[in-house]
Design a protein around this ligand. Structure first.
Ligand code: KG4
Ligand code: ZN
Length: 352
């Protein structure tokens, strides 16, 4: 069984072709016979991602109207490329999946409308996928046997949240950011210093040889000791340090400053993972979302997991940032649980 997945929720146009082992493919034809989970990970035949970084870089952040227009320009070629890299013809696709939300509404509608058109024309089922669920499921693509309950930290440009996954396909929100997402804080500091967009990778590169203890940052805490996050205080603190020290992008202390900022963001994130793990006693830990590409964060997360004696999983970098393979992974898990054979043309996008 072959699935074509599309992802256009923000500023990446992505298409992926996934293949599922035969036994699961057969259950897809018998709606009443719903197996509880996928028994094997799907095989990713292709996962093509076209980033719009160059389009948005001059503005220091994503411009929604430009993003949706760019998706329209790219999507036909990206789907064609995903099919050709997979060595598959469009008529062979058995199932379609697309990100429904959350994300930029105009961008989401491009992928959704395109997927609806394909599914309708080829008379195949179409599944709408939650973008956050897809980020979490990216981890299971490479590690299908992650033990439940799993505690998942999702850190991206738009979201920072902790989820408890008691069983497959169950996502209980334990805490989330009350203001900025972690990636947003990195992006805003990079923008302020004129370092470029997206900020996370630029900061990581420039901070590489910096001293993470050089600048004094305090770990942010929410007053009520909940599992929520807050990054706006940290961002304001960083802006204050930049002004007080007269830091510019050419300053020799820049690497130290960025390493200190990156370190505090990583520590704030891992501290909340620790607090949540103490409460819910998971068997495994998951780190996902675009910011999970960050080496310092990956290291701090793995260090904590080792000390706590928990198995920790982080997707390979390409599966952390937005991509269609993770959308396909989430769709296949739901489809295996409950195959739908219809195409819901009323499927709507949602921004939040
Ligand atoms: O998951 P994602 O691709 O899109 C959203 O759903 O938001 O995440 C994008 C975010 C951006 O804020 C970007 O700066 C951050 O991920 N990011 C990184 C790295 N690569 C991407 N942050 C830190 N270090 C990186 N290497
Ligand atoms: Zn994302």
């Amino acid at each position: 069984m072959l699935l074509l997945a599309l992802e256009t929720s923000c500023d990446e146009t992505s298409a992926a072709v996934l293949r599922v082992p035969e036994p699961i493919a057969k259950t897809g034809k018998v709606a009443s016979n719903c197996p509880p989970t996928l028994t094997a990970a799907p095989e990713v035949l292709s996962n093509v991602v076209l980033s719009q970084d160059e389009v948005h870089a001059p503005y220091g952040g994503v411009v929604p109207e430009l993003a949706s227009r760019q998706h329209i320009r790219s999507i036909t070629a990206i789907v064609g490329e995903a099919l050709s890299r997979a060595g598959v013809g469009i008529a062979e696709i058995d199932l379609y999946a697309v990100t429904q939300g959350p994300g930029l509404i105009g961008s989401l509608l491009v992928g959704l409308s395109f997927a609806k058109g394909l599914a309708y024309y080829h008379k195949k089922p179409l599944l709408g996928v939650d973008h956050l669920e897809a980020h979490l499921e990216a981890c299971f693509l490479e590690n299908p046997a992650i033990a439940h309950p799993a505690l998942g930290l999702l850190v991206s440009g738009g979201h920072t949240a902790l989820y408890l996954m008691d069983e497959p396909l169950s996502y209980k929100l334990l805490g989330r950011t009350r203001d900025d997402a972690a990636g947003e804080a990195l992006d805003k500091i990079a923008k302020f210093l004129g370092l470029g967009y997206p900020g996370g990778p630029v900061i990581e590169k420039l901070a590489k040889n910096g001293d993470p203890k050089a600048f004094p940052f305090a770990v942010p805490r929410t007053k009520d000791r909940s599992l929520d996050f807050s990054f706006s205080g940290l961002k304001t603190g960083a802006l204050k340090l930049i002004r007080e020290n007269g830091l510019t992008k050419d300053d020799p202390r820049l690497a130290d400053f960025l390493a200190s900022f990156e370190e505090i963001v990583a520590r704030a994130l891992v501290d909340q993972v620790r607090a949540a793990a103490d409460q819910v006693q998971p068997r495994s830990l998951i780190l996902c979302g675009g910011v999970a590409r960050n080496t310092r964060l990956r290291t701090r997360f793995q260090d904590y997991a080792r000390r706590a004696g928990l198995d920790a999983y982080v997707p390979s970098p390409k599966l952390c940032t937005d991509n269609a393979a993770m959308v396909g992974a989430a769709a296949l898990k739901r489809f295996a649980r409950c195959p739908t054979l219809s195409t819901d043309l009323d499927l709507d996008a949602f921004a939040r």
